[in-house]
Write a protein that binds this ligand. Structure first.
Ligand code: AVJ
Length: 326
């Protein structure tokens, strides 16, 4: 059952609005909106990043496994498309495992791992520096969903933006376009993107992937409230909320919500919000694309698809696209 009122709320990662320093403002605005929402980027504190890692191990959660199989199967072709010696910029690097799996074939000159979950990122990067001593490495703890400027130590030549896992799905299509335009501006005419995009599929498969039997996705979603408690000193009672994750076929996206199981007041220094029993907080959208639409979106953004790799058993696309001369 979908409450159409909820869909007006933006739980996508938005491009406008506050910078990192204004995180609380962004949270207050979402919590006080008629249809309450929390940006999915707040799913990723140190525990949230670990819970997402656990999600990637679940039998129901197909994207990570499907994409990894594409990398394993077509790694040599991917490396040929990208070329050795690029500046590999990993957006939402997390545990850095996906990029690391490509290092032996891709042989990047520099690896730049970017993630909002700073502590988790630096823990992941340390062993990689040992294992791949010949690759120059940078870890950037930042929110790249906002306007971002890459620091001077990031090489300018042959930038390859690596955006795997269908993280692009967290943006509404218009914001995805704006985000990709920014990437196009951040790489020169010799730049490219290697992106993983989840494709629309059977509702039953999607529902199970975002509401798994073990309840790991539920814990991941509920953890956002713990994180918000830490960020703004709120007093969310985690036990009074219930996870929902389902495919909204009409909107072409998976949605995650948290439902209040009773009437309650949530307070934080300087504010409060009353929630009725059954009222929901929208925490994530995960858009699922048609392959042709994904390619068209990249082309409108200034990237020409050079290769597309898919999995015949599970619709998911890995696309290498070259910057088109401006
Ligand atoms: C990291 C945004 C790609 O949308 O599938 C996993 C996050 N949410 N389970 C996704 C997520 C619930 C994931 N992305």
């Amino acid at each position: 059952m979908i409450n159409p009122m909820l869909t007006s709320c933006t739980s996508e990662i938005t491009l406008e609005g506050s910078s990192n320093a204004h995180v609380p403002d962004e949270l207050f605005a979402g919590l006080l909106a008629k249809q309450a929402c929390i940006s999915p980027k707040f799913l990723y504190d140190a525990l949230g990043s670990k819970l997402f890692e656990a999600i990637c191990e679940l039998p129901e959660y197909y994207p990570t496994r499907t994409e990894a199989a594409i990398f394993a199967r077509h790694g040599a072709e991917i490396a040929r498309a990208a070329g050795e010696g690029c500046t590999l910029i990993d957006l939402g690097a997390g545990n850095c495992a996906k990029a690391a799996s490509l290092f032996p074939l891709l042989k990047p000159a520099q690896y730049v791992a970017v993630d909002i979950s700073t502590e988790f990122l630096h823990e992941a990067l340390a062993p990689l520096r040992q294992r791949f001593a010949q690759i120059e490495m940078e870890g950037l703890g930042m929110d790249f969903s906002q306007q971002f400027a890459l620091p001077a130590q990031v090489r300018a030549a042959r930038r390859l933006f690596f955006y795997p896992g269908s993280s692009i799905g967290n943006f509404a299509p218009d914001d995805a376009y704006a985000f990709l335009r920014r990437l196009r501006l951040e790489c020169g005419d010799d730049g490219a993107i290697l992106i993983g995009i989840d494709l629309a599929k059977d509702k039953a498969v999607l529902d199970a992937a975002y509401d798994d039997a073990l309840g790991v996705t539920a814990a991941f979603n509920l953890n956002i409230l713990r994180h918000v408690n830490t960020l703004i000193g709120a007093d969310f009672d985690i036990r009074a909320w219930r996870h929902h994750g389902f495919y909204n076929a009409a909107r072409g996206r998976v949605e995650m919500h948290l439902e209040s199981t009773r009437a309650q007041l949530v307070q934080w220094p300087g504010g409060a919000r009353r929630f009725e029993a059954g009222e929901r907080i929208h925490t994530e959208n995960s858009y699922k694309y048609q392959q042709a639409d994904a390619i068209e979106l990249l082309e409108r953004s200034g990237f020409e698809a050079t290769r597309v790799w898919t999995d015949p058993r599970c619709p998911f696309a890995v696309i290498h696209a070259q910057a088109m001369a401006a």
